[in-house]
Design a protein around this ligand. Structure first.
Ligand code: HEC
Ligand code: HEC
Ligand code: HEC
Length: 201
């Protein structure tokens, strides 16, 4: 009886520990991501003589924190960067001024959808302001008129999302702030990631 209780307790704490590790993203469920070989990925020339010198996606990407299978190259680049799995250089030249901005902008012209929270923080850790200002966006809250038609046509956010950043079918990654939840459109403190990251699959 005592032994039974003891082993129950051991099982329970093992389960608890497992759950905590899971929640912390340290233990991954079986990784189901599959990457096409370079010669059939539709990007590389299958006849290129240098192909065999390149690192294989499976080898390069498997170790990185996952995004959903089927989303881009299935790596959560922002989370992989904050976890130190890759350390992009900020600039090639010392004279380059590295700029960072952390304010979010809540964009409210979303009809019945939840409002869009544009995070300057995540974007300016990945790229300089010049990538967006002022060619794609005027640096003034509310001054840009985006809608899903223009975005799907590759304008505004659609310059990158659906091309090199997560696809436009991920509505909830942009449309995060429910109307009536107390958030008002405009410049706000940066809140960090607003959707659940993929920890297991
Ligand atoms: C990359 C970010 C992003 C994603 C992903 C995204 N949207 Fe939007 N959406 C926006 C922005 C930005 C606006 C314009 C907000 C503004 O100007 O105030 C907008 C506007 C809208 C509007 C109101 C304007 C219009 O075009 O009717 C609707 C409705 C909408 N989105 C629905 C969706 C749905 C449904 C999805 C998923 C299929 C989606 N959005 C995915 C960023 C996004
Ligand atoms: C990925 C694109 C992108 C990048 C990179 C970016 N911004 Fe913005 N910025 C936006 C968008 C989108 C808005 C909001 C436009 C709107 O509400 O119509 C904005 C608005 C602004 C505004 C006006 C609102 C406010 O916060 O006062 C300023 C100022 C600004 N950006 C400065 C910067 C600076 C400085 C950097 C670099 C550190 C930067 N931005 C990088 C897209 C970007
Ligand atoms: C110049 C390219 C570019 C433009 C323009 C751009 N983004 Fe992004 N965005 C990225 C990249 C790169 C990432 C990081 C990779 C990823 O998550 O796919 C990202 C990530 C995000 C994230 C996830 C942030 C996080 O911390 O998880 C959101 C939300 C987002 N973008 C919304 C928007 C909205 C809304 C717009 C338009 C108002 C926009 N982006 C315009 C390149 C861009």
């Amino acid at each position: 009886m005592g032994e039974q209780m003891m082993s129950n307790r051991v099982t329970v704490s093992a389960v608890l520990l497992g759950t905590c590790l899971f929640a912390a993203g340290l233990v991954q469920a079986k990784d189901k991501r599959v990457w096409s070989p370079l010669e059939t990925d539709g990007i590389h020339d299958p006849d290129a003589p240098g192909l065999e010198l390149l690192q294989w996606p499976d080898e390069a990407l498997r170790a990185m924190l996952p995004d959903h299978p089927g989303i881009g190259n299935q790596v959560d680049w922002l989370r992989a960067t904050s976890a130190g799995q890759l350390r992009p250089v900020d600039a090639l030249y010392e004279v380059t001024r590295v700029r960072q901005r952390d304010k979010d902008i809540v964009m409210g012209r979303t009809g019945e959808m939840a409002m869009v929270r544009f995070p300057h923080g995540s974007h300016s850790r990945e790229m300089d302001c010049d990538n967006c200002h002022d060619q794609f966006f005027v640096a003034k809250a509310g001054a840009n008129h985006a809608n899903m038609f223009s975005i799907l046509a590759g304008e505004n956010c659609g310059r990158c999302h659906g091309a090199v950043a997560f696809p436009l079918t991920e509505c909830r990654r942009c449309h995060t702030d429910e109307r009536g939840g107390g958030t008002v459109p405009g410049v706000q403190a940066g809140q960090g990631r607003q959707y659940d990251p993929v920890v297991t699959r």
